[in-house]
Design a protein around this ligand. Sequence first.
Ligand SMILES: NC(=O)C1=CN([C@@H]2O[C@H](COP(=O)(O)OP(=O)(O)OC[C@H]3O[C@@H](n4cnc5c(N)ncnc54)[C@H](OP(=O)(O)O)[C@@H]3O)[C@@H](O)[C@H]2O)C=CC1
Ligand SMILES: O=C1O[C@H](COP(=O)(O)O)[C@@H](O)[C@H](O)[C@H]1O
Length: 587
Amino acid sequence: MAAATATPISVSSHCCSSSSSANYSNSSSIGFHQNPYKFLFPAVFPKRNVSLQSKVNPFSNVVLMQDGGLAATVGGVENEKAPWKKLKEENADLSVVKSTVSITVVGASGDLAKKKIFPALFALYYEDCLPEHFTIFGYARSKMTDAELRNMVSKTLTCRIDKRENCGEKMEQFLKRCFYHSGQYDSQENFVELDKKLREHEAGRVSNRLFYLSIPPNIFVDAVKCASLSASASAGWTRVIVEKPFGRDSESSAALTKSLKQYLDEDQIFRIDHYLGKELVENLSVLRFSNLIFEPLWSRQYIRNVQLIFSEDFGTEGRGGYFDHYGIIRDIMQNHLLQILALFAMETPVSLDAEDIRNEKVKVLRSMRPLQIEDVMIGQYKSHTNGGMSYPGYTDDKTVPKDSLTPTFAAAALFIDNARWDGVPFLMKAGKALHNRRAEIRVQFRHVPGNLYNRNFGSDLEQATNELVIRVQPDEAIYLKINNKVPGLGMRLDRSNLNLLYKARYSKEIPDAYERLVLDAMEGERRLFIRSDELDAAWALFSPVLKELEEKKKTPEYYPYGSRGPIGAHYLAARYNVKWGDLGVHE
Ligand SMILES: NC(=O)C1=CN([C@@H]2O[C@H](COP(=O)(O)OP(=O)(O)OC[C@H]3O[C@@H](n4cnc5c(N)ncnc54)[C@H](OP(=O)(O)O)[C@@H]3O)[C@@H](O)[C@H]2O)C=CC1
Ligand SMILES: O=C1O[C@H](COP(=O)(O)O)[C@@H](O)[C@H](O)[C@H]1O
C-alpha cells in the first residue's frame, strides 16, 4: 500500500458495489518468494468499498498515489466506472501501475468452470471490474484450441448479464482475452509451457497470477505443485483458489493442508465456500452489527433456537460419483451451513478485517460441541411416481453403488457451549430431491413472558413466536414475523411479516457468489475464504460422527423424491422442543 505520506493524485471512482475491506498492500500475498516490488506494484484493481459506511453509500474513491500505490477512501461520487478506466480518462500517469493479472482456470473443460467460473469472469468483465490488463487461460487435459475454448465458453455463458445492453459486443471482447493450454495436472513441463504463454501475454508487465483449481480433489496437490514450481508469478503475487472438498475428515483435511503448504503460504490459499459469497450471507453481519434492534436480542436470553435449512428440488444428477464419497453432511453441513452458523453466532469482531472476522469464527467453532450420533438423523431419497412422472431414487444413479447408504438428507442439532449461546439448539437440515429449493436461516425467539394476549392465540403459543427469517435463496429476503391486531372493533390477532424482499426493494440484480469471490481473491481480500484453523475446527465437529455413522453402517431413513424429507427430522427437532419453521402454513 502506498506510504501514508504519499501525495494522492486525486482520482475518484467506483466499480463493483460489493463491500470489502480489501487489502491492496499485497504485503502478505506476494508470490512464492519475497517480492521486491510489492509496495510499488499493487495489482490495478477497481478498489471496492472499504467500510460499513460504504454499504450505505456504495461508492468509493480510489486514489493513485505518486509512488504507484492505490489507496481507497470512502466517498460519495457516483461513478460506475472502474478506477483504471477513470485513471485513463483523466490522463493520469499509468506507467507506474502497469501490472497485469493472469487468471488460469485449471480444469477448464469441467462442469464448474462452464457453469460458474467463466460466467463469473465475464460478468466481472462486463461490469468493468477486471483490471485493464488481464488474460484468462483455460487449462485441462482435453485437447482444445483457443477458438474451441471460446466457443465452449460462449455457449455456456448463460449468466445474469445475458440480456443486458451490448452483451454480445462485450462478450466478443471478453473472449478475445481467453486462451487455452492443454496439459496434464502433474506435468511440470506442461506448466512451464503455460508459464511461457502467460509471459507472452503479460508482455513484460508486473504479473499477478491467480489459479482457480476447478478439478477433482485427488489432483489438487499435483496441480498446486506444478503451478507453484513452474508457473508462479516472478514479480507479482500468485494466489490459488481451491474448491471444496477440503478432505473428507479431520485427518485427510489436515493432510491436504500440509501438502498445499509445501508449495504455498497460507495467505496464498483461497479456500472457497461459495455460500460465503451469497448476498444475504454477506448481509448477516450488517443486519446484526449495524441495527440496534437485533444485536441486543442475539443471545440465549431471547433466542430459543436457530435453524439453518438447505433444500434442493433435484437429486445428485450427474454428480453421484462425487457425492457418494461425501454425502450431504460433508457436502453442505460441514461447510456451507456451518460457515453461516459461525457468522451468525460469532462475537463482534474487532474490525471488518479478514483476520479479525476469521478469529471470531474460529472461536465460535471451537466453542461448539462435536456433533453426537443421537443428535443427527440421516435420510436417502427413493424413487417416486407422481402424476405420471417418475423420479429416480438415489441408487438408481449409475455412478452410485446399489447398496449405498450415503445420506442425501440429514438433520442435526448442534450446541455452542459459550456464555451467549449455552443451551440454544442450532438445528441444521439439508437435503437433495426435496419439494423445493431453498436456503434460509430461521431464528425463533422466546415467548413473551406473561403475554397479555395469550388467550387470543388459543392453545398454540407457537403461533405467537416471533421469527426472523433470512432467506438466502431464492427470492432473497429478510422478514420478521410479528403479531398485530386485525383492524376493526374487535380484538383479533393476526400474524404478519415485516418483509424486506430484495427484488421489491432493489432493481439491481444480485451478483452471483462466484463473482464476488473471484474478485475478492484478485483483490487479496480473504474475509470470505476459509482459513486453515477454521477448517480444522469445522472438521473436528463432524469427523467423529461421520466415522461412527460409517462404521455402524447406519441405514438412512428413505423419503420419496420430491417430498418434504423424512419424518425423523421432526422427531429430532421435537427432542429439543423445536418445530421446523419451514413447514407451517405461514412460512
Ligand atoms: N460442479 C459443481 O457444481 C461443483 C463443483 N465443486 C468442486 O469443484 C471442482 C470441480 O468440479 P467439476 O467441474 O464438477 O469437476 P469435473 O468432474 O467436471 O472435473 C473438472 C475437470 O477435471 C478433469 N478431470 C476430471 N476427472 C479427472 C480425473 N480423475 N483425473 C484428472 N482429471 C480429471 C476433467 O478435465 P480434462 O479431462 O479435460 O482434464 C474435467 O473437465 C471439484 O473439486 C468439485 O468438488 C464444488 C461445488 C460445486
Ligand atoms: O457446494 C455445493 O453447492 C451446491 C448448491 O449450491 P447453490 O449455490 O446452487 O445453492 C450443491 O448442489 C452441491 O451439491 C454442493 O456440492
